[in-house]
Design a protein around this ligand. Sequence first.
Ligand SMILES: [Zn+2]
Length: 225
Amino acid sequence: MFYDPTYFIFIAPALLLGLWAQSRLRGTFARYARVPTSSGVNGQTAATILMQQERLNIGVRGTPGVLTDFYNPANKTINLSQTSGQNSIASVAVVAHELGHAVQDQQGYTPMRLRAAIVPGVQIGAWVGPLMFIAGYWLRSPELIWVGVSLFALTAIFAVVTLPVEFNASSRGLAMLQTSGILSAQEIPAAKRVLDAAALTYVAAAAQAVLTLLYYLSLVSGRRR
Ligand SMILES: [Zn+2]
């Protein structure tokens, strides 16, 4: 089943979208990593300014790599990558997006809480789901097959719920950058381009998860015939 060519035909559009989104993100980020902010503020300073502006009481840590910035709700820290030291539109956009997640966390933003609630189920479902599915086939147990599909469905739900969380963090980040004056009104569209390119990779991941679920469902319905 894992080598079923139908599966690849099923998810091919999402895989292609994913590859395209990745290369587009790299290109857009590289382009705006070379454009300095008119305010002269880099990602790290932007983090300090925006944390004060949004009254965010969180820790700041460094993390290796490029574009690896993330907010960790578990220990309330923003983790800034090496690129955050650069004075560029790309770097402040990414930092503002991560602080958008910190504000979501502080305000108890519903999609973020929903996503956190299903994480344990996703972690188990991602590998137990397909196993139950295969076992259900061997044992000719439709119940087991459905348990497998339902567990695996959590992965798709998680990927879909991620979308509002990501889009919302970007719009919060852009608003913060404009309010603070770190970016001018003319620079905001460039920052939006960077964040939109990043968001597209999440859309591709969600499409892949949903199509994989549809593939499992098509196998179940195919068996009934
Ligand atoms: Zn994000």
